[in-house]
Design a protein around this ligand. Structure first.
Ligand code: SF4
Ligand code: SF4
Ligand code: SF4
Length: 223
């Protein structure tokens, strides 16, 4: 089963774009092996579909065009003078191919950009264009895109974990504060508690030690 996943994944185009309704190419290969239709990777085109059909030993079918456009070998390019540094493209990029900080100009790292087009739509000022590249150049980038895709997921999960830990720490500190405050305000009269305890003991021994009621009252007053 794992070999089949590897074989299918090797034929998928590695845009890591999620258009097939799974988070990336390998998850889609896993879904295909579980029985999902194998014609949803529209970015890979009919060539990819034929290769996957051959691996599965199935007749070739048509691409399900509902799952997105076929993609050309291309890279994104940011028009520097128009970029407002909003970071929306960074969030959208599945392989972290865009650098830049808030309010500063952003750039695309060509060696990482698969040309998946996911950054185009979120850009509020429409300053990202696509430039066609040689097929070899595009394949070279896409051949290692899975690594950067997984890295982005790992970093995202770590950030989530860290913010959860920080939230838990803050909550625990709040709980500790309120316990300390309650302890500080607690008003225990140790002497009264001791006296009550001694009275209880005297009462319980009254019969056993033949203590008269009048003597008991005297003893209580001496406490
Ligand atoms: S290229 Fe996009 S649509 Fe095709 S398998 Fe990979 S993630 Fe899915
Ligand atoms: S920069 Fe844009 S086109 Fe390139 S990989 Fe990232 S989201 Fe896709
Ligand atoms: S989304 Fe557009 S404007 Fe915002 S940082 Fe990216 S390129 Fe610049």
């Amino acid at each position: 089963m794992n070999n089949l996943i590897e074989l299918i994944n090797a034929e998928l185009p590695q845009f890591q774009c999620g258009r097939c309704d799974t988070p990336g190419c390998r998850p889609y290969a896993e879904e295909i092996v579980k029985g999902s239709p194998h014609n949803r990777c529209v970015p890979g085109g009919q060539d990819t579909l034929i290769k996957i059909s051959n691996i599965l030993g199935k007749d070739s079918i048509l691409l399900d065009e509902d799952y997105g456009p076929e993609l050309k070998p291309q890279v994104a390019h940011i028009i520097e003078e128009d970029c407002i540094g909003c970071k929306k493209c960074i969030d959208a990029c599945p392989v972290d191919a865009i650098t830049g900080s808030a309010n500063l100009m952003h750039n695309v790292i060509n060696d990482l950009c698969t040309g998946c087009e996911l950054c185009i739509e979120p850009c509020p000022v429409d300053c990202i264009e696509l430039i066609e590249v040689e097929k070899d150049q595009s394949l070279k980038v896409r051949n290692h895109s899975e690594y950067f895709f997984n890295l982005k997921i790992e970093l995202h999960n770590r950030k989530k974990k860290k913010s959860k830990m920080n939230k838990n720490i803050a909550e625990n500190l709040d709980i500790a504060d309120s316990i300390n405050q309650k302890l500080k305000n607690r008003n225990i009269d140790k002497e009264a508690s001791l006296r009550n305890l001694q009275i209880e003991i005297l009462e319980s021994q009254k019969n056993e030690k033949h203590i008269k009621s009048s003597d008991l009252e005297v003893l209580k007053k001496q406490l």
